[in-house]
Design a protein around this ligand. Structure first.
Ligand code: ZN
Length: 314
């Protein structure tokens, strides 16, 4: 395999989307230089990640780390069959993402009104308007990227506490009616438990079927992998995760990083569920991050202890 390319035609039972370059970097104090970011994304693609969320189209003055998002998208588009995903918090960001050539645009739609106002300064229903406008703009573009509504705080909010399942379902339906292609459920705060994961997935599925595609899980209480397995058992086949467990949300105080990519891949592969990802090559990508941020805490059981002696991937 040529370094920097992902493998086309790889058989996968699940799709793992690496969100470290977006969710991870947005929480770090230091800035990762553009060239380092490109090298990291290339290494992740070379390890077989089918999808990477490479950045977000937010105003650069709010998040200087993401000022190079268009350049990063352009680079990522050269990496074989990699699906290049980005985040856009409104229609203005979606226009920039479309122009940059992203394949998928995730728009955050917080189920919690308080989190939504803090994170994007809009109510959930105002965000539905942004999704509608973005879907319209996408329809007029030649590249026609996928638009995903990422339902943030779908399992609990650090500001409001518990979140009504009925509201998750209502917003999922509203997002699809507004023109979103897909809905993802995000445990932004890491407050979900496996039983809740199964229940909410079933409730949302009942209304929008296969338009519910993925989950985005944080590991705040150490339940990330348990929740991923619960989601898998409930029929989900697309999972966000972050290398070294980087990540968080500036408006979800106390929420820690995402499910660790290395551990998630290991869990699936050890169960015989094919990810198409080479765990050994993930280590090379991880080194780029740990060298860039030597003082940041990094997570992961597999990187800490190594693979079991008799481990053979699925
Ligand atoms: Zn997140």
């Amino acid at each position: 395999m040529i370094p920097g390319t992902s493998v086309a035609g790889m058989i996968r039972d699940v799709e793992i989307c690496e969100v470290g370059p977006r969710d991870g970097l947005q929480m770090l104090k230091g800035i990762m230089l553009t060239e380092k970011k490109k090298a990291w994304i290339s290494a992740l693609a070379a390890a077989g990640l089918p999808e990477i969320e490479v950045g977000s189209f937010v105003p650069p003055k709010l998040l200087p780390q993401m000022a190079d998002a268009a350049e990063i998208v352009a680079h990522s588009r050269t990496l074989g069959s990699l699906k290049v995903a980005v985040l856009a918090p409104n229609a203005k960001g979606a226009i920039r993402a479309i122009e940059a050539g992203a394949h998928k645009i995730t728009m955050p739609l917080s189920v919690s009104r308080s989190h939504s106002l803090a994170n994007v300064r809009k109510t959930p229903d105002e965000m539905i308007g942004e999704i509608r406008e973005s879907a319209r703009l996408r329809g007029e573009s030649p590249s026609r990227p996928i638009i995903e509504a990422g339902l943030s705080t779908a399992f609990g909010c650090t500001i409001e506490g518990s979140v009504a399942g009925s509201e998750v379902v209502r917003l999922a339906v509203a997002a699809i009616e507004a023109g979103a292609d897909e809905v993802g459920l995000a445990d932004t705060t890491g407050m979900a438990n496996p039983q809740q994961i199964k229940r909410v997935i079933a409730d949302v599925r009942r209304e929008i079927g296969d338009r519910l595609t993925g989950v985005h899980l944080h590991n705040t209480y150490g339940l990330g992998l348990a929740n991923a397995l619960a989601a898998y058992d409930a029929g989900i086949r697309t999972f966000d995760s972050s290398q070294a467990g980087l990540g968080g949300c500036p408006y979800a105080p106390g929420a820690s990083g995402n499910v660790v990519t290395e551990d998630l891949v290991y869990m699936f592969e050890s169960m015989g569920v094919r990810t198409g990802i080479d765990i050994g090559k993930l280590a090379e990508a991880r080194r780029i991050v740990t060298e860039a941020f030597p003082d940041e805490p990094v997570y992961g059981h597999v990187p800490a202890v190594g693979l079991p002696k008799y481990f053979s991937p699925a």
